[in-house]
Design a binder for this molecule. Sequence first.
Ligand code: CLF
Ligand code: SF4
Length: 504
Amino acid sequence: MELKVLGQDTPAAPSAGGCSSSGCGSSGDQLSHLPEAIREKVHNHPCYSEEAHHHYARMHVAVAPACNIQCHYCNRKYDCANESRPGVVSELLTPDQAVKKVMAVAAIIPQMTVLGIAGPGDPLANPERTQSTFRELTEKAPDIKLCVSTNGLALPDAVDELCEHNIDHVTITINCVDPEVGAKIYPWIFWKNRRIKGAKGAKILIEQQQKGLEMLVQRGVLVKVNSVMILGVNDEHLKEVSKIVKAKGAFLHNVMPLIAEAEHGTFYGVMGQRGPTHDELQALQDECAGDMNMMRHCRQCRADAVGLLGEDRGDEFTMDKIETMEIDYEKAMDERRQVHAAIEANREAQKKSSGETFISLAQIKGAGSKRETRPVLMAVATEGHGLINQHFGHAREFLIYEASATDVRFIGHRKVDLYCSSGDTCGDAETALQKTIRSLEGCEAVLCSKIGYEPWGMLEDAAIMPNGEHPMEPIEEAVAAVYREMAEDGRLDQQASAKLRMSA
Ligand code: CLF
Ligand code: SF4
């Protein structure tokens, strides 16, 4: 949804893509300029459409253990049930087990629309396991979109078979287009039975990635490019990467922050390379956005993730549980169709109601003299459906929106430790609560369905306004309403904010 300003020109529509170039605020409106065939591919894919990720889930099956390159940010030996990042899995599956698991999840979580193979190694370095999983699913679960994520080294050889399985979405991780930069990220690749090190190996990898991208685009497959932002290594360089992949027809660019902790045992973790801050990441995404549609809602999922982006229901679907389930997939497909129809009806209704909601400069100015209002960051607690529907203390992450007098745009998410595990009594574990509040730095309001007394006070002390007055309202409408209230109270004019800053 893009909230329009009365009497102002509507902001330019993005040139293409499921995510708006201005901030991944993709919505039905922003998808409407796309050709019907592409809309059909992205409208219920939670990674390719920001709006869809509020409603639809994805799952990954971990069938691909081997990898044909080494990245300095990867160590697949590490596993922790609470660790959410690519390469991490709890259970490796055979293709048959994977198919069974997908059908079970599809029956129990009908809003699951996409099956991705994303590791824990490289799916295309395990071609038999990957392709046989896709082959069987194409036949047995035709209502599920198939998706694959690869480092690209083996991609050109795999393109034709992927297309046979009707795979419409491929992600290529491209961290560089310059072998010298690549040599700092990839110590080696395994190519034609030889280990090739440094820039020589990186050059081959880059050529294969670019060739694979071109081949997929020629065949009408939607390609998303993932890039890991590594400060001082490829951060500046990624702007050029973005330009090049856009020119070659990539649909979406997902610049993700490096995750590097010493305990993961990765080269970068051990060397103390830090990941970018929220601001550094956003600044680079904004710079790339001039050239490319950016994804900003990626959660850097585990290779066995299940559920909406940001939630992981993997524990409900371990193989010992799945082996005992009897799934009638014909019946499940019927139910899935009904659930999807209900979701679409709900999305339409939300679109209609948001279309009737305008942030009106006239309304804002009506409260007093004509004054410029500044943009504001707000955090939102939600458990899906595009609504403000989560208790502050139950949020594991907050979505961050920037509201201004011209629009409301999604700009990212912030993960937090859960500090409230039950009921309405929040606040026993102060450290976690303090950390949560610190993670909301830069936000001026937090919108949730409910909030306890203690976090309320602590948020106020941190100059973040708690707001529980918009439960079950569509997120962007609620953010717009709070922005309007703040503007009308004179809290957003430049003079007032300067005074506030001085007194702080
Ligand atoms: Fe999985 Fe990736 Fe397909 Fe999505 S994830 S293979 S495109 S279905 Fe999505 Fe997860 Fe980010 Fe990947 S949030 S890590 S972008
Ligand atoms: Fe790890 Fe993926 Fe890199 Fe292979 S391509 S080393 S699995 S991050």
